[in-house]
Write a protein that binds this ligand. Structure first.
Ligand code: CAA
Length: 258
């Protein structure tokens, strides 16, 4: 499908999706969110893709939901259309791993989009924030919920109540991002991580993603049971036999997603 607000390149089993509304710092309007969800779903369904990277520009991953578009909406508009529910649900349903490669601003919906991905690699230029309070609203795509799980109550309250930005170093210290790299190396590092994931058994990568995500939804005992049952089920796969045999034979595993 032809897109107008994103650019998709697929190479070496990795789909790289670039948000591309430079005049609006990649603000997430209805069109961009729709195209992003479609591109993610296409990548999820494409056998050649084994991992996905979502990124923006050097200046902005995304500066939030599109304020111009939202400014004229009424309560009835946003409530009846259930604004942002569709994007949240469609992104959460993607089963292949998604890495957010964040340079520059990741604010409001931009920070929330990064948190919807499976992990975040940040450039040293990255700035995260939930400044919705300055607009007379609160976060609407996970800034009060996911951010609190990432960084804890105190820092999440600070971000959501003051609207201040957090730089990459603070974000790494707080556990929001998994690594910080020089801005020039951001795409190389994120695509490199995606290629590493692409070498694994896709079955196992999807199961690992599902198990980690489960930990956000259920109490520890249920999460441990889910993990153990999924772990047990991996013993029904050829990739488990191959992975363990390869280790014992001191060779690289040849996974076949079976
Ligand atoms: N929506 C629409 N347009 C936006 C935008 C947004 N979120 N963020 C930036 N833009 C536009 C600006 O209006 C400007 O357009 P014009 O040139 O046509 O005026 C262009 O992008 C460049 O922006 P600035 O001139 O403001 O650039 P700057 O370098 O001076 O500042 C910034 C950068 C600090 C990111 C500033 O643009 C900013 O504060 N943006 C808004 C951030 C924000 O409040 N985000 C939360 C949105 S609400 C939300 O996301 C709800 C939710 O939870 C889902």
């Amino acid at each position: 499908m032809a897109f107008e607000t994103i650019i998709v390149e697929t190479e070496d089993h990795v789909a790289l999706i670039r948000l591309n509304r430079p005049d609006a710092l990649n603000a997430l309007n209805t069109q961009l969110l729709g195209e992003l969800c479609t591109a993610l779903e296409e990548a999820d369904a494409n056998d050649k893709v084994r991992c996905i990277v979502v990124t923006g520009s050097d200046k902005a991953f995304a500066a939030g939901a599109d304020i111009k578009e939202m400014s004229q909406m009424s309560f009835v508009d946003v409530y009846t259309t259930n604004l942002f529910a569709d994007a949240n649900d469609r992104i959460a349903a993607i089963r292949k791993p998604i890495i957010a490669a964040v340079g520059g601003y990741a604010l409001g919906g931009g920070c929330e989009l990064a948190m919807m991905c499976d992990f975040i690699i940040a450039a040293d230029t990255a700035k995260f924030g939930q400044p919705e309070i300055n607009l007379g609203v609160i976060a609407g795509m996970g800034g009060s919920q996911r951010l609190t799980r990432f960084v804890g109550k105190s820092k999440s309250m600070d971000m959501n109540l003051t609207g201040r930005f957090m730089d990459a170093e603070e974000a790494e210290r707080a556990g929001l991002v998994s690594r910080v790299v020089p801005a020039k190396k951001l795409i190389e590092e994120a695509v490199g991580a995606a290629q590493k994931i692409a070498e694994k058994s896709m079955l196992t990568a999807m199961a690992a993603k599902e198990a980690v995500n489960r930990s956000y939804e259920v109490p520890l005992s249920e999460g441990m049971l889910f993990e153990r049952r999924v772990f047990h089920s991996m013993f029904a796969t050829e990739d488990q036999k191959e992975g363990m045999a390869a280790f014992l034979e001191k060779r690289a595993a040849q996974f076949r997603d079976k």
